[in-house]
Write a protein that binds this ligand. Structure first.
Ligand code: AP5
Ligand code: MG
Length: 210
């Protein structure tokens, strides 16, 4: 199964993708994670995108499409994939359709006021990317990742005004993809509010996954 996870920042795309890959045994490809890894390495790509990510802006389409093209060419993608955070613009969606069309676009519906609350309380492991929340999904030891012992930190873009910029960009550039995938008959919309385990059950039911 080739799947796109759509939804505003903080909708729970990364959280759900981590649960879904355990079930589906296909890779979770997050363009945000790929860019953050490049920033951490200090690679030429990382130097190009560091300030864009911190401000909440979008990386240029050509660069983003090239990163995804390379990643989808790897051997672990043969049985399918979950693309989280890509496409985010119509040109990116057109490029993916030409390269390797997705079977489904799963749209996680969550209201703006809920995502703002989630983002301002999110924490992430700097080493493995595991996602936490200081309200309801805390690591066992404060500041330390349960999975790998890495440092749990606040993403640079989970601060004002970046959260607002990301939501504005989502509404202007990414939300039109909901109708775009709808017109192709590929759209599945899921209510993203509720415990992650409940959202996972909705996801499985909507896609006919046992
Ligand atoms: P990216 O990393 O993709 O960020 P995003 O789209 O803003 O999405 P988030 O990761 O913030 O949210 P999420 O939906 O994954 O939520 P999460 O599961 O963490 O992109 C970062 C940046 O990279 C972009 O701003 C851009 O600069 C660049 N970029 C990436 N892709 C690009 C592209 N295609 N084109 C151009 N630029 C690109 O959950 C959030 C919080 O809520 C967590 O604390 C979690 O614990 C909690 N939570 C999750 N689910 C629930 C639930 N059901 N109930 C309660 N809390 C929950
Ligand atoms: Mg994410």
């Amino acid at each position: 199964m080739k799947m796109i996870f759509l939804g505003p920042p903080g909708a729970g795309k990364g959280t759900l993708a981590d649960l879904a890959v355990d079930l589906l045994k296909i890779p979770h490809i997050s363009t945000g994670d790929l860019f953050r890894a490049a920033v951490k390495e200090g690679s030429p790509l990382g130097l190009k995108v560091k300030d864009i990510l911190a401000s909440g802006g979008l990386v240029p389409d050509a660069l983003t499409i090239e990163i995804v093209r390379e990643r989808l060419g790897k051997s672990d993608c043969q049985k399918g994939w979950i693309l989280d955070g890509f496409p985010r613009t119509i040109p990116q969606a057109e490029a993916l359709e030409a390269l390797e069309p997705a079977d489904k676009a799963v749209n996680f519906h969550v209201a703006d006021e809920v995502v703002i609350g989630r983002l301002s309380t999110r924490r992430v492991c700097r080493a493995c990317g595991k996602i936490y929340n200081v309200r309801n999904m805390k690591p066992k030891v404060e500041g330390v990742c349960d999975a790998c012992g890495g440092e749990v930190y606040t993403r640079d873009d989970d601060k004002e005004p970046s959260i607002k910029t990301r939501l504005d960009n989502y509404n202007k550039q990414t939300a039109p993809l909901i109708d775009w995938f709808g017109a192709k008959g590929k759209l599945v919309t899921i209510d993203g509010v509720g415990e992650p385990a409940l959202v996972l059950e909705r996801f499985k039911a909507a896609l006919g996954i046992k």
